[in-house]
Design a protein around this ligand. Structure first.
Ligand code: DGT
Ligand code: CA
Ligand code: CA
Ligand code: ZN
Length: 584
């Protein structure tokens, strides 16, 4: 835990307190404490150990206690309490430059809105300009800031980050003098959203300048944000920041581990090192001196990340599991976890055609699947209530079935093993029922049940709705359970733990929607899914041919969520999938 970590938490409390309408002076105390800690010339951890926190100017008893608890448990109760109090959407407003907490509270309370999208509308409609102390100029400024946020955002979705990181990585890897190179940070950990891109290189000292030169002159770079001896930061053409760090070859394993993170994972690793008389930092693993300080003269030689893990009593922990969510317990006892990979995926489940809101015909989608080496396509257009998405009437469903039968016949004649399955993405209506009568539902090979409207229901009604859908014998898969759109729309209120238990019990699959907008089921529920034996399906929700390739993002999330191939529906071969469709 660094001084910066503590300062950030305190500042978060400060911001939230203001949004909660707390006494301004109480809030300011947190901001002052944050500032002081940022400016400390020694480590806050030392003050915690020695019980001297309150000696620091501006840190009173109560904040000292908050810091101590944070150091001990990794969470700060006062912060968690305010997170509960303040609507999540509102917290994001703090990212709008030029809009302070006071005005946020004013707008929120008088107009009763919480989402950024609503705020933008209120600025455009003139509602914000009418508020005392705001006016048209302020409203226009807010719109501009929101548009900037929309464009560049605080974070990027996985696909947006990869679009920049991959070409940069390939380019840097090929430069002269680059001995090792990896993408690190949240991207290596397969997080669903990415703050900035971190790339790490091992090179000799004489090559550092030329590598940085090439990097800052890359065609994707529009601005150099900083350049030092070991690190260069640039802004790329989408606004996304990328950091390149160059370290000595012997430092590479420890640096890669450090800059892969997560912070939370690193904290535990450092703790494990200390328990074993060593110190771990971004430069390497070292022995501790008698004064229990890092002895840089006594490095412990490490060849690789695996080596470091082994020396700290662990087997290699794959980057996607480095979140301090049970990985230490698991990898201290097991050599590895079996995880699904791209090559395990045999079929494409959840795709749309021009029958509803897709861009291509069933034939075109099927051929694209074949080209990619898949054995089947589980076609799932929208159901009739989803009129905005071209949902199919009963008559259309029957005609679509005929088309699929003919296609399959044709494939068979041509000696192709490929098959299109008659699926449906049925809306879950507000009472939890599916969108067609049973005699139609039973004609599908399988049904995905998804919520597309009434996403803001209260928790209990939403759970009842899902429970009814899961218990419906025709529902085989639950689609994008929370309905979230990453960096755009909040998730519905759901008790996902309960939902997973229920689905596992009923033998209903919950998809991992692989669209980079969704990545829903969230990987954070991986432990629960594993415990209950839940089956998932890595579904692209493809509305176009290119959309099929989103499966790769879903695979990343499924690995992060600890799914092995046996618990992923579409690792089944076409014959096995056909069996599954028959049900028992
Ligand atoms: P992001 O960029 O917000 O998506 O998340 P990360 O995880 O890529 O974070 P970033 O770019 O700030 O730093 C990369 C890694 O470096 C991070 O995962 C862990 C390590 N790191 C950076 N700053 C700190 C720190 O203050 N303390 C610790 N323990 N680790 C840090
Ligand atoms: Ca990063
Ligand atoms: Ca970074
Ligand atoms: Zn859907």
């Amino acid at each position: 835990m660094t001084n910066q970590d503590v300062a950030e938490k305190l500042r978060e409390v400060y911001n939230l307190m203001q949004l909660a309408g707390e006494n301004r002076f109480r809030a300011i105390a947190f901001d002052r404490a944050a500032q002081t800690i940022e400016g400390l010339s020694d480590e806050i951890t030392k003050h915690i150990e020695e019980g001297t926190l309150t000696d620091i100017k501006g840190i009173g008893k109560s904040i000292a206690e908050d810091i101590r608890v944070f150091a001990e448990t990794g969470t700060m109760p006062v912060l968690e309490a305010y997170k509960e109090k303040v609507p999540k959407g509102l917290i994001e407003w703090l990212n709008i430059s030029g809009l302070g907490p006071k005005n946020i509270v004013k707008i929120h309370q008088t107009l009763g809105i919480t989402e950024i999208t609503e705020l933008k509308e209120a600025c455009q409609s003139g509602a914000v300009a009418e508020l005392p102390g705001l006016g048209q100029k302020s409203a226009d400024k807010i719109i501009k800031s929101i548009e900037y946020l929309e464009k560049f955002g605080e974070r990027a979705r996985l696909n947006q980050a990869l679009e920049i990181a991959e070409p940069l990585f390939e380019f840097i890897k090929g430069l002269e003098g680059v001995q090792q190179c990896d993408i690190a940070g949240s991207l290596r950990r397969s997080r669903e959203t990415i703050g900035d891109i971190d790339i790490l290189v091992a090179a000799g000292k004489d090559k550092v300048e030329s590598i940085f030169d090439a990097f800052v002159n890359h065609e994707l770079v529009v601005e150099v944000l900083g350049r030092g001896d070991t690190k260069s930061s640039v802004r790329t053409d989408t606004g996304r920041q990328a950091d390149l760090r160059i370290v000595k070859p012997e430092e590479y394993p420890a640096a890669l581990m450090y800059f892969t993170g997560s912070k939370e994972h690193n904290i535990v690793m450092r703790q494990r090192a200390r328990e074993r008389g060593m110190a771990l930092n971004e430069y390497g693993l070292f022995k501790l001196s008698e004064q229990k300080e890092t002895d840089f003269d006594q490095p412990v030689k490490t060849e690789s990340e695996t080596d470091i893990y082994n020396k700290l009593g662990l087997n290699f922990i794959p980057p996607e599991h480095r979140e301090d969510r049970g990985e230490f317990e698991f990898y201290s006892e097991h050599e590895k976890m079996e995880l699904v990979s791209d090559t395990d995926i045999k079929g494409v489940v959840h795709a749309h055609s021009i029958w509803s809101d897709g861009k291509y015909t069933i034939r075109q989608m099927a051929e694209a699947c074949m080209e990619r080496g898949y054995e089947y396509l589980g076609l799932t257009d929208h159901s009739k209530t989803a009129a905005y998405a071209g949902g199919l009437t009963i008559d259309e469903v029957k005609r679509q079935w005929d088309e699929i039968d003919q296609l399959n016949e044709e494939f068979k004649k041509a000696g192709k093993k490929f098959r299109v399955f008659k699926g449906m993405e049925s809306d879950i209506l507000s009472d939890g029922s599916l969108d067609y009568p049973d005699e139609i539902l039973k004609g599908f090979d399988f049904v995905i049940a998804s919520v597309h409207s009434g996403l803001n229901m209260p928790l209990e009604s939403m759970m009842a709705r899902f429970e009814a859908a899961i218990k419906n014998p025709y529902t085989r898969i639950i689609g994008h359970p929370t309905g979230r759109l990453l960096l755009k729309r909040e998730e519905s209120k759901l008790d996902l733990n309960k939902l997973i238990e229920l689905a596992a019990e009923q033998n209903t699959v919950i998809e991992i929607n692989a669209s980079p907008w969704r990545l829903d089921l969230d990987w954070r529920y991986g432990n629960k899914a594993k415990e209950t034996g839940l089956i998932t399906s890595i579904n692209p929700d493809a509305h176009s041919i290119e959309g099929i390739d989103d499966i790769r993002y879903g695979v990343k999330i499924a690995r992060k969520a600890k799914f092995d191939p046996a618990r992923v529906l579409n690792t089944k071969s076409v014959e096995e999938f056909e069996e599954w469709c028959k049900r028992e």
